[in-house]
Design a protein around this ligand. Structure first.
Ligand SMILES: Nc1ncnc2c1ncn2[C@@H]1O[C@H](COP(=O)(O)OP(=O)(O)OP(=O)(O)O)[C@@H](O)[C@H]1O
Ligand SMILES: [Mg+2]
Length: 365
């Protein structure tokens, strides 16, 4: 659900709070803060799971969230709410002991936080109004970015098509100089196109709007296909591309295209950033999970750069020789977004000049 509509000033709030006294206080403050043009409708639940169920079925503008609940503690509580309702404003209402976690929740997209026992009615009213407004502005920004990125794609495709036709000689002979210039333009446009698609993916991930069409897939089939695509490039660089897959199929319920994108990004990086040695693509059956890895004996990254690896435009080691290697710096951020959307985990281990291993783990179901 998005921001409150123009005509209706009824604000639906979900309070997830197990302490009856704290819940009473919030209710009292909300009642006192109502005006003729803004009415609050409060629904209270005392467990996270009930809250998540309410968010799936009800329409809410705001969640007031206690982080310490009988069935969930700390940042995890917020993360689950954010995953379930990416477009709803969230204000953390926590005890003093959860102050640090509340600040971390802000960094992960919560709109604001209040510490129990340290706010009065005026402050509470301001926090609620501010959180709703902040979420509304964020939404406009996100939609705008998504639309601009989308609209940039069309003229680019048309221009690429026109260049192709000229290069293919449909409009007469192309001399050497013209060919060089057009090929340069074509290359730059392909790069821009990759960047637009990358940004579109990032914007979907940030909005929680990445759509997954899940079905049971043998992860080794996908990995094998991607390895086959990269085999010629690896061979050209003299790299050994090894695969370690279990004999029995290891199936997971995943989106085939998105998971191919994950494997492609990881194997592409391994080939790009390795000049000699090997690349190993592995899959392990871990009971209810499947563990996948792509390791290489390439240039690696420093401990400092390792922290930035999964961030957008996280091109690291730009001062070194790898600056010449082409890339948008979005691949790993998108990869992480896709793995997270599958409720998985991803991490990297690396040593400068020795190699890198990226591992991701997905639940099978
Ligand atoms: N296997 C690897 N070995 C060494 N460095 C790596 C490896 N994978 C990623 N990196 C470093 O992390 C940065 C981010 O990787 P990412 O895949 O997000 O972007 P990219 O490869 O630069 O561009 P693209 O968006 O085209 O994938 C890279 O620029 C590179 O410096
Ligand atoms: Mg990459």
């Amino acid at each position: 659900m998005t921001s409150p509509s123009e005509g209706s000033r009824e604000i639906r709030i979900l309070l997830v709070e197990d302490d009856a006294d704290d819940a009473c206080l919030v209710q009292k403050y909300l009642e006192q803060s109502q005006t003729d043009d803004q009415r609050y409708v409060l629904v209270r639940v005392d467990r996270l799971q009930t809250g998540l169920d309410s968010l799936k079925t009800g329409r809410f503008h705001l969640v007031l969230l206690d982080l310490s609940l009988p069935d969930s503690q700390g940042l995890e509580t917020f993360i689950k709410v954010r995953e379930t309702a990416p477009n709803v404003a969230v204000v953390i209402c926590s005890g003093l002991q959860d102050r640090q976690v509340s600040i971390e929740a802000i960094a992960k997209g919560a709109q604001d936080y209040v510490i129990k026992g340290q706010f009065d009615r005026m402050m509470f009213e301001r926090v609620v109004r501010y959180a709703l407004e902040r979420r509304r502005v964020q939404e406009i920004q996100e939609e705008f970015v998504g639309k601009v990125i989308h609209d940039l794609g069309y003229p680019l495709v048309v221009s690429l098509e026109a260049i192709s036709l000229i290069l293919d000689g449909f409009y007469g002979d192309v001399n050497k100089g013209q060919r060089e210039l057009l090929t340069m333009a074509q290359k730059a446009m392909h790069r821009l196109n990759r960047m637009i698609h990358g940004l579109l993916d990032i914007s979907k991930i940030e909005l929680g709007k990445i759509e997954l069409v899940r079905k049971k897939i043998n992860m080794a089939d996908l990995a094998r296909e991607v390895c086959a695509n990269f085999q010629p490039l690896a061979a050209k660089k003299g790299l050994e591309l090894k695969a370690t897959f279990p004999e029995a199929p290891v199936t997971a319920c995943v989106d085939e295209d998105r998971m191919t994108q994950v494997w492609t990004n990881l194997v592409s990086n391994a080939v790009k950033y390795t000049e000699r040695g090997w690349i190993e693509v592995s899959i392990h059956d871990r009971g209810s999970d499947v563990e996948c890895g792509v390791a290489d004996s390439g240039c690696g990254v420093s401990a400092e750069d390792l922290k930035k690896l999964f961030t957008e435009f996280g091109r690291v080691g730009e001062s070194s020789s790898r600056r010449k290697i082409e890339g948008t710096g979005l691949g790993l951020a998108i990869t992480k977004g896709i793995v997270m959307a599958h409720q998985g985990k991803i991490w990297a281990e690396s040593k400068l000049n020795e190699g890198t291993k990226i591992t991701f783990v997905l639940p099978k179901e």
